[in-house]
Design a binder for this molecule. Structure first.
Ligand SMILES: *Cc1c(COP(=O)(O)O)cnc(C)c1O
Length: 393
């Protein structure tokens, strides 16, 4: 299969940073449901409250959350990590930690929409941080769009509409030259299949709500960097005051999700490859957008940057958007719902409510169908796709 796992990452997931002696030999770490920690003396309390690896108050740090942070930092080859109550809490905290009034953000047009909405509702009108958009695939366009006050570049690769990929190394080097901090949403690949910090990116973001959680039962997010000072600044300059730390139960669920992440991704990719090949060969399907297909327009770049593919893809039918809606409604195993990365298969027309112009700007039609291939088995999912395609005339 077209997939490579890193042995160090597998060790980190299963055993690294676990303190078996302190947890009475339990292989599963305790959920530290405690809002505060006590010290034998006031002097020790004062010392403890200044140390990132000591614990004194649950809004600032928690032992279960800290174990997750250590594992995520190691997996992304970062110096440190921070976990948040959602992916959006992580994303907005990265913006607030790097930008201030008067600054400018460059953002990839095809990136996660709620981040654009945060800027339109809060960042620009209330905090006076400007934002402008570029494709991310054209380096000259990025260079022309950088202003003297550009502080942050927001990236996502692969982006989760048509799964276009950016040249991470090249864009990181260009931004470094202009003193622009780079932020990349690595949720699609998980730390197992792509490590943007090693390609020069300053801050990697993950939502834990997708593959890392993996069971559709938790919301959480993370930021990781090779710059320990930057993480320290985000911990005490932003997260502590916004109060968006991940809860201990969610941290424990994310650690449990990590344990089976390689095994789940193995099956997600196998299933998605079979579904993508089936769709690509179907006469009613015009195009399939999946990073695992040799027909992907950026297949060479993908091979250089990524070590595997997941269960998410999109495709277009050779007919009107309303027929796409009919097709997904005919699917029996694919639930009609947002999100992805869990055990269950999902289908949505993600561009259906967009304007024709917005869809065309992304190079697709409003009938774009995005599917997440869950763990129901390739034969079941391909059969379901086949009967739904047959049902439209
Ligand atoms: C879901 C998602 C997010 C946001 O994560 P939440 O935990 O829902 O806040 C960010 N980026 C991508 C690519 C996502 O799919």
């Amino acid at each position: 299969m077209n997939m490579k796992f890193d042995s160090d990452q597998l060790f980190t997931i299963t055993h690294e940073f676990e303190d078996y002696e302190r947890q009475l030999g339990a292989v599963s770490p305790p959920v530290y449901l405690s809002s505060l920690h006590v010290f034998p003396s006031f002097e020790e309390y004062l010392k403890g409250s200044g140390d990132d690896d000591a614990f004194f108050y649950g809004r600032v740090s928690n032992p279960t959350a800290r174990l997750l942070e250590k594992k995520l930092a190691a997996m992304e080859h970062g110096a440190d990590a921070l976990v948040f109550s959602s992916g959006m809490a992580a994303a907005t905290s990265a913006i607030l930690a790097t930008c201030q009034a008067g600054d400018h953000i460059l953002c990839m047009r095809d990136s996660y929409r709620p981040v654009h909405a945060f800027m339109a509702n809060v960042g620009t009108p209330r905090l006076h941080i400007e934002i402008s958009f570029v494709s991310g695939t054209d380096l000259d366009e990025v260079k022309r769009a950088i202003r003297p006050n550009t502080r942050l570049m927001i990236l996502e690769s692969p982006a989760t509409f048509v799964f276009s990929v950016i040249d991470i190394k090249a864009i990181a080097a260009l931004c470094k030259e202009y003193g622009v901090t780079t932020y990349l949403d690595n949720t699609y690949s998980t730390p197992l299949f792509q490590n943007p910090l090693d390609m020069g990116i300053d801050i990697v973001m993950h939502t834990l709500s997708k593959y890392i959680g993996g069971h559709s039962d938790l919301i959480g997010g993370a930021l990781i960097s090779k710059d320990a000072d930057l993480i320290h600044k985000m911990r005490h300059g932003v997260r502590e005051w916004l109060g968006g730390i991940l809860g201990p139960m969610e941290a424990w669920l994310a650690i449990r999700g990590l344990r089976s992440l390689p095994a789940r991704l193995y099956m997600h990719q196998d299933t998605a490859m079979k579904a993508a090949r089936f769709l690509e060969s179907h006469p009613k399907v015009k195009s399939v957008h999946y990073t695992g297909l040799p027909s992907h327009p950026q297949a060479e770049l993908i091979k250089k940057q990524m070590r595997g593919h997941t269960g998410l893809m999109s495709f277009e039918l050779d007919r009107e958007p309303d027929e796409a809606v009919k097709m997904i409604n005919a699917l029996k195993l694919f639930g009609k719902g947002c999100s992805w990365g869990g055990f269950e298969s999902l289908a949505l027309c993600t561009m259906y409510t967009a304007s024709e112009e917005a869809a065309r700007a992304s190079g697709v039609s409003r009938g774009l169908i995005r599917i997440h291939c869950g763990l129901e088995g390739a034969d079941n999912l391909v059969a379901d796709l086949a009967q739904a395609l047959d049902s439209i005339v």
